[in-house]
Design a protein around this ligand. Structure first.
Ligand SMILES: [Zn+2]
Length: 338
């Protein structure tokens, strides 16, 4: 069984070998605890590489990261490793147990709760633990997502536009190690409080991802998450060996597609049933038909045709057929060289 931790200050992040923990956070208003799984590995071949932190389960209904990181907890062998790796397979543990995006205990989205608050409700306190205890141990932060029910994405890694060119260049290198068809550079203007915001602002090499969607556990997405993480550890020297292709069936290298402005995110103009007609990741031309919004109140009414406002790459669209006015319907980005 993992070692139970009541006081995070007592975790020895420098201890050699693999150590499994459950970090106890008192539940709000009850005598119970939330037990967040944590594994800390310090390779027996010495120090050297920057610490790497990888989590799944930032959103509870996104499973590829949870599965891949849980496997890493068991598979990584400190006897053949250098440096430090910190793994949390289910970051928002109550949300993961419930299979939903937000914590069922306080209704908070972990990926809006950063930098956290030591005196806040449960989700803020877990975020605060990551910020104050985990981030200081590492130089690389990997936050694995898979769309949930929010949106449909092509398999992608992701990051925000970064002012520091050296940080941005290294992030582009690490994003490619997961060998996805697309690397998404997304706007920082839509939300605040994301885990990647905090890590990027600390200067860490920070990579997000969308490796699936629709509350499934996709074969290919789990492969990108797991094998890509091993590639990160090979790249920095935690593991011996060369970086390998994750999807050798795809000839094209990862494409960088940027949608840095909030105006790239198009809201659904009215309630309707969304019928997409373009595949995710496809190149689209200005004025091209992306899909139709149907109103079944009168089945003889013509659908509202939704057309591309610009030429670019379709890097996200609404996942569900039922689309509410104001929900992000699609995002078209621009291919960039990095
Ligand atoms: Zn997510």
């Amino acid at each position: 069984m993992p070692q139970l931790i009541y006081d995070p200050a007592r975790i020895d992040f420098t201890r050699a070998g693999t150590h499994h923990y459950q970090v106890a956070f008192g539940q709000d208003g009850t005598w119970g605890f939330v037990l967040v799984p944590l594994t800390v590995i310090n390779g027996l071949r010495g120090a050297g590489p920057p610490g790497v932190y990888i989590n799944g389960g930032n959103h509870g209904n996104e499973y590829e990261g949870q599965v891949a990181v849980k496997r890493l907890c068991q598979d990584l062998d400190p006897a053949v490793m250098r440096g430090r790796v910190i793994l949390i397979p289910q970051l928002n543990e109550p949300a993961c147990v419930a299979g939903i995006r937000h914590s069922p205990l306080d209704g908070v989205n972990m990926n809006r709760a950063f930098p956290g608050n030591a005196r806040g409700s449960i989700t803020y306190r877990i975020a605060d633990f990551v910020k104050r205890f985990v981030f200081p141990q590492v130089g690389v932060v990997i936050d694995i997502h898979s769309g949930g029910k929010e949106g449909a994405f092509p398999m992608c890694t992701s990051f925000h536009p970064i002012a520091d060119p050296r940080q941005q260049a290294e992030m582009a290198t690490v994003a490619k190690l997961f060998d996805p068809p697309l690397v998404m550079i997304y706007s920082r203007q839509m939300h605040s409080g994301l885990l990647p915001d905090e890590a990027e602002d600390e200067g860490k090499i920070t990579i997000g991802s969308e490796f699936g969607g629709g509350e499934t556990c996709s074969i290919q997405g789990t492969r990108h998450a797991y094998e890509g993480s091993l590639n990160v550890l090979r790249h920095y020297g935690h593991l011996e060996g060369a970086v390998t292709r994750v999807d050798p069936s795809r000839a094209r290298p990862p494409r960088f597609v940027a949608a840095p402005s909030i105006s790239d995110y198009t809201p659904c103009p009215r309630d309707g049933i969304w019928e997409p007609v373009v595949e995710l990741g496809a190149d689209v031309g200005e004025g091209e038909l992306l899909g139709r919004l149907h109103d079944f109140g009168d089945h003889t009414s013509p659908p509202l045709e939704i057309r591309a406002p610009r030429t670019g790459v379709l890097m996200m669209e609404h996942l569900g057929a039922v689309c509410r006015k104001g929900a992000t319907l699609f995002v078209i980005g621009e291919e960039v060289e990095l």
